[in-house]
Design a protein. Structure first.
Length: 653
């Protein structure tokens, strides 16, 4: 295998200004010193961070256990509780500080202080115990984006139960698969949720999931009344949340667990189509959630933090349910969608709540550009001091819009690379230390040993592309795939790479300055006429065209070139047809040829009003690959925001 070729040219550089450098938690000198300390004494480095950032009930004496690699253990003989670290530690210092500012879909705002959140979590934890939930039991959480979702997660953590959160847009089949795989004892759901002015039922999906069979482990269903809509009721199994907690104490002694006790299992898609239950520990996971809040976001007492991710995803775990609370921050939670009741909703909310740190996904950024690229200028966004990007590589043109139009060319952008499996940020700028390059996630965080290797596991030279790997275990890392240790080993520590390197599954390039550029998933790397090209770079070139709002690129088999580039494009104008579509397609092919080179020109371009996305905004690339190959779609499309888009994208130009 030749190394992956990097063809994206990006030479713009944005250096932190003196004001940022002066107030930042970490400077360039701090970063260099921490990296040197980690290289010199890796265990000592992480041990000191664990002692400084976590409250331990019983201090640890063991740091890293590598005897059963790759099933690593961190701080294993130490005892602590995640909920205690998020709530109890603030009760004496800031009980009346707002922990969560919740804005509902209809605009109603509710503020919950740290004292109130502590009481609600304790009361719900007592309710779980009343239902017979104990340490180690699995609890499936299927709730809307709400304060109750955080209460449910924290309540489980408080008593040592293991939560598995399922995004509220997933189908009954998805819920069933996760209940069966986890052996869940309890489901926590709601009658429904509000999104974009619409009432969307949730409990019927749970009822359907349980009726599918294989759910004998379930003993009960707790239902939060959110919409007040009618729901079918099984009196032997179902229980209203408010009835469960009425009259219960608002204090609950935490269950102390060892640091390796599973905090949660979160299911993520796998290449086989069977979901993978990513299992995370308590101590190591929480440590890096805290450190990254302080390092990446430079969080301060005066900040109002807003991560727009749903708690159904790992971003909502680390940077809504745990990280912000563990550092005592005030955060915004939002139930709705960014375009309701208008495309200015995000900007209105930033102005209304004086948000200072805003963390969202490139998919949301691109959709907001399409919905109204000048809208942010109509609002007072002067409270912002830091912007963040998460979920996928952000193309340079979207980065520049985010930086200039939203951030007023004064807010650093932390473009964070990490995964469900890594638990926390791995590669990201430090806003007071790292000069920024649009489209690059820059450098590994202190103590993270990231590298680019070839197919034999050997480092490639700077400027060459290859496989992104992590060379040393880190505290927040995945511990196993729940119930399938063999799949864990084969998926993340393949023998082809020597069995000791964590394979992230992303192709990447490290430039001559040591900056990392993510070029797309390994299975999204195209081999065109012997040239291995990252899909992200072709997508970035397409989106840089002034007519293009969004693009996704996949490969399809080609007799001549091995693989052909197939591009799915959403324009900023109405979807073209006939001669107009052919004309624009030619313009875009020529544009890509000019931006990257003739080898990267899409052989096929298909236009749609949108791309096939889940309701959380994730592009379903497997569906695009099937469309490109002309295959019949047999996969479950119930999680798609708009299944009708698939018919549009079957039409080739």
């Amino acid at each position: 295998m030749s190394t992956i070729e990097s063809v994206l040219q990006e030479n713009r550089l944005f250096v932190p200004d003196d004001q940022w450098v002066a107030q930042a938690h970490l400077s360039k000198a701090d970063y260099d010193e921490m990296q040197a300390r980690a290289a010199d004494d890796y265990e000592g480095y992480w041990a000191q961070l664990a002692r400084d950032n976590l409250v331990w009930h019983k201090p640890f004496t063991k740091v890293l256990n590598e005897t059963n690699a790759p099933f690593y253990k961190w701080f294993e003989d130490g005892h602590l509780n995640a909920s205690y670290n998020c709530l109890d530690r603030h009760q004496l210092t800031q009980p009346n500080r707002p922990a969560i500012i919740f804005e509902a879909d209809d605009g109603t705002v509710t503020k919950v202080t740290y004292k109130q959140l502590y009481q609600r979590v304790c009361q719900f934890a007592n309710g779980l115990k009343k239902l017979g939930i104990r340490k180690g039991d699995r609890v499936l959480v299927y709730l809307p984006m709400s304060v109750e979702a955080v209460v449910a997660m924290q309540g489980c953590a408080r008593i040592g139960a293991i939560h598995s959160v399922v995004f509220g847009g997933f189908s009954a089949k998805s819920v069933n698969e996760r209940i069966v795989d986890a052996g869940a004892k309890l489901v926590i759901t709601a009658d429904g949720q509000f999104r974009g002015g619409k009432e969307i039922a949730l409990k019927p999906a749970v009822d359907e999931a349980l009726a599918m069979g294989g759910c004998d482990s379930i003993e009960g269903v707790v239902v939060y009344r959110r919409t007040g809509g009618h729901v079918a009721w099984n009196a032997k199994r179902d229980l209203w949340w408010h009835d469960l907690v009425t009259g219960l104490p608002t204090d609950c002694e935490p269950t102390w667990v060892d640091a390796e006790h599973p905090l949660f299992v979160l299911y993520t898609s796998g290449s086989t189509g069977k979901p993978k239950g990513v299992q995370h520990s308590t101590g190591g996971y929480l440590l890096q959630a805290i450190c990254s809040m302080r390092w990446t976001f430079d969080i301060k007492d005066s900040d109002v933090f807003w991560c727009t991710a749903d708690v159904g995803w790992v971003t909502g775990h680390s940077y809504v349910a745990y990280g912000p609370l563990a550092v005592g921050a005030t955060q915004v939670m939002f139930e709705g969608v960014p375009t309701y009741p208008s495309a200015s909703r995000f900007w209105e909310m930033i102005q209304r709540h004086k948000v200072s740190i805003f963390y969202t996904a490139p998919t949301a950024i691109r959709s907001l550009i399409k919905a109204g690229g000048d809208l942010p200028k109509k609002f007072d966004l002067s409270s912002l001091r830091l912007l963040g990007s998460v979920g996928e590589p952000i193309n340079p043109e979207a980065w520049m819009w985010y930086y200039t139009t939203v951030g007023g060319s004064r807010c650093p952008i932390v473009d964070t690379w990490w995964q469900t499996e890594t638990g926390a940020h791995m590669i990201s700028p430090l806003p007071g230390a790292t000069p920024l390059k649009p489209g690059s996630c820059t450098m590994p965080l202190p103590g993270i040993m990231a590298a680019i290797v070839d197919e034999t596991g050997h480092d490639v030279e700077l400027g060459k592309g290859g496989f992104l790997v992590i060379k040393r275990p880190w505290p927040a890392m995945i511990r196993t795939i729940y119930g399938d240790p063999d799949r864990y080993r084969k998926s993340y520590y393949p023998e082809d790479l020597g069995g000791k390197l964590y394979l992230a599954g992303d192709g990447a390039n490290c430039d001559l300055d040591g900056y990392f550029w993510i070029m797309g998933r390994i299975d999204d790397v195209l081999n065109v006429s012997g040239h291995r090209l990252g899909t992200m770079e072709i997508e970035s070139a397409l989106v840089a065209n002034p007519h293009v709002a969004e693009a996704a690129v996949v490969g399809r088999p080609d007799d001549l070139t091995g693989e052909a580039v197939c591009a799915f494009v959403v324009l900023k104008q109405a979807r073209p047809e006939g001669a107009e579509a052919e004309k624009i397609a030619k313009e875009l092919r020529d544009w890509v040829g000019k931006e990257i080179g003739p080898i990267a020109k899409p052989k096929e371009i298909r236009f749609g009003d949108n791309l096939p996305k889940t309701r959380s905004g994730k592009i379903m690339r497997r569906l695009l690959r099937s469309l490109a190959k002309g295959e019949t779609i047999t996969q479950d499309v119930s999680t798609l925001e708009n299944p009708a888009i698939l018919d549009q994208l079957k039409q080739t130009i």
